[in-house]
Ligand binder design. Structure first.
Ligand code: PBG
Length: 331
């Protein structure tokens, strides 16, 4: 039941800042943010990414500096993505399970420098390592074959766990990979390594700048529609989430973010599992372009979008704005 005017005037509570603060339903804090970082080769290297203004690839030493920055800002976790040198990319993406690949070197360096003061989330999928830019192994006809890919993803996940990753995040959308990775982690002496599955990941047009960042964009022929989800589907997302929970995911992710907040909400309503969303590269780039074009104040645009994730039910958000937003939140 709701009262009627004038007994009820909802504007009463909005009249002053103290009252608005007191009635605020959703809190965004730096602890809600996961910061994706791109790793590149070399020492002392920062490479700005043109399609992702304000975001750079960093060599391992720079990643360590970002990790320390995150700790100081109260950001609990970083997510690492490598820009694999082109001479280490191959048809089968074997560099993904090389214990000395960029990812593993970055994981070890952050662990050495920061101990357990920050979580390290690592992406499992072959696209940063393959010459064709697909997330898995191709059969003779250009189709990404499921079960052969899962076997390799297990090797990749174990490789990351052995280097010291805290959260394995399979972003490949193969069927059955969460179970296979969970079993391998259990058997391989990593029972406390978490899995955050990209459970509902859509075949989205919003990933373009990310593919530039990891250097797979120019290589990719065709699309990823035979494994990533159709943007028109919601029921199917719930089935994906149910399966991943059953297979051993500790938390699930919806990706992209803003255009899929209904999915976040439905997952949250249906399942008792932490749900994260990924505000992807194209979402970030659109906000930057909008702010540059005078659509509105950049910081206000950023914070309004981030709080929307929390309001929709997210436990946390992967966002390239993590550091900037944490600075704003910390005043
Ligand atoms: C790779 C992966 C992608 C993203 C995260 N992991 C791209 C893709 O699926 O093509 C996108 C992230 C972003 O756009 O910010 N499997």
């Amino acid at each position: 039941m709701i009262g009627s005017y004038p007994n009820t005037r909802l504007r009463r509570a909005r009249a002053h800042a103290w009252s608005r603060a007191m009635h605020r339903e959703t809190m965004l804090t730096p602890a809600d943010l996961i910061w994706p970082l791109f790793v590149t080769s070399g020492q002392g290297v920062e490479e700005p990414i043109a399609s992702l203004p304000g975001v750079s690839r960093w060599s391992v030493d720079g990643i360590v500096a970002r990790a320390k920055e995150a700790i100081n800002l109260g950001i609990p976790c970083i997510a690492l993505f490598p820009n694999t040198p082109s001479d280490q990319r191959s048809e089968d993406g074997a560099a993904a399970y090389d214990p000395d690949n960029l990812m593993c070197r970055a994981i070890r360096a952050v662990r050495d420098a920061c101990g357990n003061d920050i979580g390290i989330l690592t992406d499992v999928a072959l696209d940063p390592y393959t010459t064709h830019g697909q997330d898995g192994l191709l059969d003779g006809r250009g189709y990404v074959s499921n079960d052969d890919t899962v076997a390799v993803l297990v090797d990749q996940a174990l490789n990351q766990a052995e280097a010291g990753a805290d959260i394995i995040a399979p972003s490949d959308m193969m069927d059955g990979r969460v179970r296979a990775i969970r079993m391998a982690l259990e058997m391989g002496g990593h029972p406390n390594v978490q899995i955050m599955s990209y459970a509902a990941k859509y075949a989205s047009a919003f990933y373009g700048p990310f593919r530039d960042a990891v250097g797979s964009g120019g290589l990719l022929k065709g699309d990823k529609k035979s494994y990533q989800m159709d943007p028109a589907n919601g029921e199917e997302a719930l089935r994906e989430v149910a399966l991943d929970i059953q297979e051993g995911a500790d938390s699930v992710m919806v990706k992209p973010g803003l255009a899929y907040l209904d999915i976040v909400w439905r997952v949250k309503e249906r399942f008792d599992v932490p749900v994260f969303a990924y505000q992807v590269s194209g979402e970030y780039a659109l906000i930057e372009a909008g702010a540059a074009a005078g659509v509105g104040d950049r910081d206000a645009l950023v914070m309004e979008k981030l709080v929307a994730f929390k309001r929709a039910g997210c436990t946390g958000v992967l966002t390239y704005y993590a550091a900037d937003a944490a600075r704003l939140l910390n005043g």
